[in-house]
Design a protein around this ligand. Sequence first.
Ligand SMILES: [Cu+2]
Length: 437
Amino acid sequence: MRKFQGFAHRTTHFGAWAVVSAAVLFSLPGHAEAGGRSAPAAPAAAPACTGDSVITKKLPGGTTWRMCWRNSPTAGLVLTHVTYQPRHESKPIEVLGSARLAQINVPYDDGSDEYNDVTDERFGEGALPIKAADCPGGTVRSFRVADVGTVKGLCVTTQPRGFAYHGDSGDVGEGRARIDSAQGQDLVVYTLHAVGWYHYVTQWNFSDDGTITAKEGATGNLSGGDFNASDGTGWPVGQNGAAKALSHQHSVLWRLDFKPGGSWKSKVEQYDTTTNGTNAEMGHGQLKTSRKQMTKEFAGDNANDRWWRVVASASRNADGHPRSWEIVHNRSDKYTRHAYTRHDVYVSQYKACEQYASDNRRINPDCLGNVAKYVNGENLTRPVVWVNVGFHHIARDEDQTPMPVHWQGFQIVPRDATDMSPLTPDRLHRPEFNGHN
Ligand SMILES: [Cu+2]
């Protein structure tokens, strides 16, 4: 396994645009408004974070990720100023202003209980230490939790992710064709938080191809007081079925404050592909993809062949295409009783007090209460994306003990952030291999 590179050389990753003596992550005001590679050098900016609050990692494929992190007493792991700099980009490209959990809502099937783990159970205060062995190849960092003390609880590491690509350059017309292949790597950051008997893994993977994966893992133990589902709302675990573990729902909601290409101003689009008759000559089916500009706040639902993207307002790649990031949301058990867990995504116009997907008034009493209410028809100029991924947990014998981690999550995938693949070998990163006439 590849040895972790560590942070000893992090300042060198800042390259030409800043020379610094300590680890700092600069915010990038203004740099992207000019767009593209020809933008002037960024003006001197105040550091967004310094020292141990900076995560910066150059992956073997040449992609550098930078971000700031902290542990919130409610939301747990909060990432801010997330930037992506592939090998051929002279400057970091900002992607997310902030990204974190917005709620974990857990109602039980018999109606006996319901939890809001982030706001009511104060998820972030349940931070657990991470053993060195549980952060293989990486470094565990410390943070303070009020009334608890210092918790050594953030793992920063790298993990292999399998094939990055495999291709024959003869297909694109290279004179002396070669087979190119590479194995991909992720920068991986995660925390552990206990809520009752559950332990949650809050994990973010930042891939060398620009993909961001958010996933929440639930492990720990089935709730000790909930083995009495005699009314049919549970599943027998243990001998003879006397103990029936109560079924329940984990709706995990994330809040993504996009800052694509360095500007808060962005657009959201929905794409749908549908059947469109038959090719008269060949007799094969035809498809048609349509784009819908989402100019107002909305709650969206997955459908066959549907996807959304957040489009930078003032940042283009070297091909002149607007940079954008696609939300890849594949699966969800939606808890339909609540308006705030009934949909797969919610996109709201930014408001400072709209912080949690539900139970928001516990923390922000003068604000609206949940994400379904935030989405009330305003114009979208600074979108905040709330992603809901539900998991209806019907326990099984294998859930004892400890319970194997069950994961739920989504991805943010760059679409036209760079002119070609960020991992294209240098000898193929040339105009003649970028598009065909
Ligand atoms: Cu569960």
